[in-house]
Design a protein around this ligand. Structure first.
Ligand code: FAD
Length: 549
C-alpha cells in the first residue's frame, strides 16, 4: 500500500474512534480556516470534504485578496475596513502565497468616475482599509498610463489610478489552511461526503454524521459534540439533511466565470481593473505566460459540482476586453482555458446579483447544527474566528481566545518580507541545479511551496526515478510526487487543477503530458488501469468543455 493511502487509512480510523469536539463539513477556505482556528484553540477537530480541498468555490475565484474597493460602491464601510485589515494579516502569515501587485484603474471621459472622484474614492478606501503609506495610490497621466499599458484604448483616456491589490493562488491557500489545521492536531479528510446526521434519543439534537468514503465506498457513523456546516454553495443541501428543521433557502448562488488567454494574443504586463460594456467592472490579470479575465455575476441554480462555462459569458468577457484594448482580431477562439465558480451569497430578497452583500452570517438550528455562510476568501480568518467563538460557547469553553492572527500558514513561516526574499534567492539557485531548470521555473516553485520547498527537494531523488520511467519533465514529476505524498492528492485533477494550476496556465504542455502524469500517479497510489482510463477520459472531457456550452 502506498504511504499516502496508508496515512489516509490511519486518519479514517482515527476519525471513527475519536469522540470529536467539532466536525466541520466542507474543505473550502471557510471550513479549513475554521478547522485551523478550532484545532489551534485545542479543540478535537475533524474536517470532512466530499471532493478535494478547494474543489468548490475556493478554487474558482479571481485569486485576489481584496482590500475591498468594490464594496465601497455599495457603501459597505464595515466590510472594507475588515477585509483591509485581514489582507495585511494574511500577507504576513502566508508571504509565499499572498503578494502585493500594482493594479491599474483607467479613467475615461464620460466614465462613472472622473480623475478627481477616482482619487477621492481611493483615498477613502485606503483610509478605511488601513493601507500602508508605501502602498498608497498614485494618479497617472494619459502618457504614463500608456507607457505601462500600451494596448489600452486611447480615445477618451484621461489617465489612471495605480493602487495595490494582493494576489494569491486560491486553491493552494485553501490547501495550506488544511495542512496547517493538520499541523495543529486536526484530522482532515478529503473525498469523504456527509450523507446524513445522527440524533439523540429525543431525535431533536444532532450527535454525529453519516460519512461516505468516496474512494472505497464505505459508510461510517462519527460522533461529535458540535457540527459545523461550512459547505459554501452547498450550505442549503446540508441544511436539508437536518430532519428537525424546515427546508429553507438561506443562499443565493451567483456564477462567475474567468477566461484564460495567451499573453501572445493579449500582451498585457500589468493587472487592470476596467469598466465592462454594461457598467460592471472586470479584471484582466497577467499570470505566468497567460492573462486571465473575469468575472461575470449571474444568478445560478444549476449543478454546483461542475458549473458550466457558458459560451454567452465567454463572448461577453471577450467583448469587454475588445472594448477597452486595441485587440481587433481577438475572439473566443483564442480562449485557452476557463473556470466557473458559484458565489455563496446570503439571500437578500429583491436585490440584483452585484448588489447582494458579500458579508457572512452564522445560523444555529434547533438541532444544534451551526452554519457559516457567505463572505469572501479574503475574510475567511474572521469568519473562522466568529464560528469558533460560537463552537466554544456551545461546548462551554468560553475562555479560549483566537490565535490565528499570529499563526503562519504551512509554508509561510518567515519573519519578514526580506527574510522570505532571501530564502527565494537561495533556494532558486539550489533548485536550478537540482532540477536543471531556468531561474524563472525554479523561482516559481520556491514561491509556490514556500518553506515546504525543503520537503520537496528531499523527494527529488525518488521523483527522478519516475521522471525517467514515465518520460516526464523533472519539475512535473516532483510536483506530482509531492502532491501525492504530502498534499493528499488522490485524483489527477487534484494535481493539474489545484496543486499546480497547469490546467489553467499551462494547458498546452499539459495536453502533451497528462497520460504519463496519470500513469505515474497510478503507480504512486497503486491504482489500476481502470482508474487510469477514467482519469484520462475526465481530462479529455474537461478539455472539450473549454469550448463553452
Ligand atoms: P467552498 O469553497 O465552496 O467550500 C465548500 C466545500 O464544501 C466544497 O469544497 C464542497 O465540496 C464541500 N461540501 C459540500 N457538500 C459536502 C458534503 N455533503 N460533505 C462534505 N463536504 C461537502 N473572494 C475573494 O476574497 N477574492 C476574490 O478574488 C474572489 N473572487 C471570486 C470570484 C468568483 C467567480 C467567485 C464565484 C467567488 C469569488 N470570491 C472571491 C468569493 C470566494 O471565492 C468565496 O466566498 C469562498 O471561496 C467561499 O468559500 P467556502 O469555503 O465558504 O465555500
Amino acid at each position: 500500500m502506498s504511504q499516502s493511502i496508508s496515512s489516509r487509512e490511519e486518519a479514517l480510523q482515527k476519525a471513527l474512534h475519536e469522540h470529536w469536539d467539532v466536525i466541520i463539513i466542507g474543505g473550502g477556505a471557510t471550513g479549513c480556516g475554521t478547522a485551523l482556528d478550532s484545532a489551534s484553540r485545542g479543540l478535537k477537530t475533524l474536517l470532512v470534504e466530499k471532493g478535494d480541498f478547494a474543489s468548490g468555490t475556493s478554487g474558482r475565484s479571481t485569486k485576489l485578496i481584496h482590500g475591498g474597493l468594490r464594496y465601497l460602491k455599495n457603501l459597505e464601510v464595515g466590510l472594507v475596513r475588515e477585509v483591509g485589515k485581514e489582507r495585511a494579516i494574511l500577507q504576513r502569515n502566508a508571504r509565499h502565497l499572498v503578494y502585493r501587485d500594482p493594479m491599474f484603474l483607467p479613467v475615461y471621459d464620460g466614465g462613472e468616475l472622473g480623475r478627481t472622484s477616482t482619487a477621492i474614492a481611493l483615498w477613502v478606501y485606503e483610509w478605511l482599509a488601513g493601507v500602508d503609506a508605501a502602498e498608497r495610490r498614485k494618479m497617472l497621466s494619459k502618457e504614463e498610463t500608456l507607457s505601462h499599458i500600451p494596448l489600452l484604448q486611447k480615445e477618451g483616456l484621461q489617465g489612471s489610478a495605480k493602487y495595490f491589490e494582493y494576489r494569491t493562488d486560491d486553491a493552494r491557500l485553501t490547501l495550506s489552511l488544511a495542512l496547517s489545521a493538520q499541523q495543529q492536531g486536526a484530522t482532515v479528510l478529503n473525498y469523504t461526503a456527509v450523507e446524513n446526521f445522527t440524533y439523540d434519543d429525543s431525535a431533536q439534537h444532532i450527535t454525529g454524521i453519516v460519512l461516505k468514503d468516496q474512494i472505497k465506498g464505505q459508510v461510517y457513523t462519527i460522533k461529535a459534540k458540535c457540527i459545523v456546516n461550512a459547505a459554501g454553495p452547498w450550505v442549503d443541501h446540508i441544511h436539508a439533511l437536518d430532519k428537525t428543521t424546515k427546508a429553507e433557502t438561506k443562499l443565493k448562488g451567483s456564477r462567475g466565470i474567468h477566461i484564460v488567454l495567451s499573453s501572445f494574443d493579449f500582451p498585457l504586463k500589468q493587472a487592470v481593473y476596467f469598466d465592462a460594456i454594461d457598467g460592471r467592472m472586470v479584471f484582466a490579470i497577467p499570470r505566468e505566460e497567460k492573462v486571465y479575465v473575469g468575472t461575470t455575476d449571474v444568478f445560478y441554480e444549476g449543478s454546483l459540482d461542475n458549473p458550466v462555462v457558458p459560451k454567452k459569458e465567454m463572448d461577453y468577457l471577450i467583448a469587454c476586453v475588445k472594448a477597452k484594448f486595441d485587440l481587433k482580431s481577438l475572439s473566443t477562439e483564442h480562449i485557452e482555458s476557463a473556470w466557473s465558480g458559484v458565489r455563496p451569497l446570503v439571500l437578500e430578497k429583491g436585490k440584483a446579483e452585484g448588489k447582494i452583500s458579500r458579508k457572512d452570517e452564522l445560523f444555529i438550528a434547533k438541532s444544534g447544527l451551526l452554519t457559516i455562510a457567505g463572505g469572501k476568501l479574503t475574510g475567511y480568518r474572521k469568519m473562522a474566528e466568529r464560528a469558533t467563538d460560537k463552537i466554544c460557547k456551545v461546548l462551554g469553553k468560553t475562555s479560549s481566545a483566537c490565535k490565528t492572527e499570529k499563526l503562519p500558514l504551512s509554508g509561510g513561516e518567515f519573519l519578514s518580507d526580506e527574510v522570505f526574499e532571501k530564502f527565494v534567492s537561495t533556494k532558486t539557485i539550489e533548485l536550478m541545479t537540482l532540477l536543471n531548470v531556468m531561474s524563472y521555473e525554479a523561482e516559481l516553485l520556491v514561491r509556490r511551496y514556500g518553506k515546504q520547498v525543503d520537503a520537496l527537494i528531499a523527494l527529488i531523488p525518488q521523483s527522478a526515478y519516475y521522471a525517467q520511467k514515465y518520460q516526464l519533465a523533472k519539475p512535473i514529476a516532483i510536483q506530482v510526487l509531492y502532491a501525492v505524498e504530502k498534499e493528499m492528492a488522490l485524483n489527477a485533477k487534484d494535481v493539474y487543477i489545484r496543486r499546480t494550476s497547469d490546467f489553467y496556465f499551462r494547458i498546452e504542455q499539459l495536453k502533451k503530458s497528462y497520460k504519463p502524469m496519470i500513469a505515474m500517479m497510478a503507480d504512486c497510489l497503486s491504482f489500476d488501469s481502470t482508474w487510469i482510463k477514467e482519469q484520462e477520459e475526465e481530462f479529455e472531457t474537461k478539455v472539450s468543455e473549454l469550448k463553452g456550452r
